[in-house]
Design a protein. Structure first.
Length: 198
């Protein structure tokens, strides 16, 4: 699963302090921080927990559960297909949080808010296509660690090369066996039963 990364504002909200205080702690080396290519500080979940424990600060009770949960964002402009995949994850993996987005722009907004660990992404969408969405996710420090599993009904080797070059882990050809999708997402160790093609 992708490692959860937090901005100074998010850490500040978790610890009940001002963002400038978090930046000062990072400057003094009190809390471990990574610096992005753009010069922005980012904090791992482990760094936030370790710092809070050392300082005797209390994190919100839901922090551990939320951060550790697998979160899947399904992005497909075909609402029926999107609904089928969302239901598949929700029914077979009750411990997984699932959300839907129906175009590339909505996917970007949902990724920032929902913080998915996995994005199941259709390539052929109007407006911003899946390749552009994948590139945007991978170029943003907040979402760069997200695993992208792409899918398309118009598979070509050239498209597959473009999708993988954009940062996706795999390109599945529609229709596909649901177990192939589950395996690509790394969820095959969770309980799975029926095999079906979608």
């Amino acid at each position: 699963m992708a490692e959860q990364i937090y901005s100074p504002n998010e850490v500040a909200a978790l610890l009940g302090v001002a963002p400038v205080t978090v930046r000062q702690w990072a400057q003094k080396g009190l809390i471990d921080a990574r610096t992005t290519a753009g010069g922005h500080r980012r904090f791992t979940r482990a760094a936030v927990i370790g710092f809070a424990q050392r300082m005797g600060m209390t994190l919100p009770a839901e922090f551990d559960a939320t951060a550790a949960q697998t979160r899947v964002l399904v992005v497909d402009d075909d609402r029926q297909f999107n609904g089928m995949l969302t239901a598949l994850f929700a029914l077979r993996f009750p411990h997984v949080a699932v959300e839907s987005a129906f175009d590339g722009f909505e996917a970007g907004r949902a990724a920032q808010r929902f913080r998915p660990s996995i994005v199941v992404l259709d390539i052929m969408m109007p407006g911003m296509d899946g390749v552009a969405v994948c590139q945007a996710l991978k170029s943003d420090a907040d979402t760069a660690a997200v695993r992208v599993i792409a899918m398309t009904g118009h598979h070509t080797s050239e498209l597959e090369q473009r999708v993988l070059a954009a940062g996706a882990e795999a390109l599945l050809k529609k229709p596909f066996d649901t177990n192939a999708l589950i395996a690509a997402c790394g969820l095959e160790n969770s309980e799975t039963t029926a095999t079906e093609t979608v």
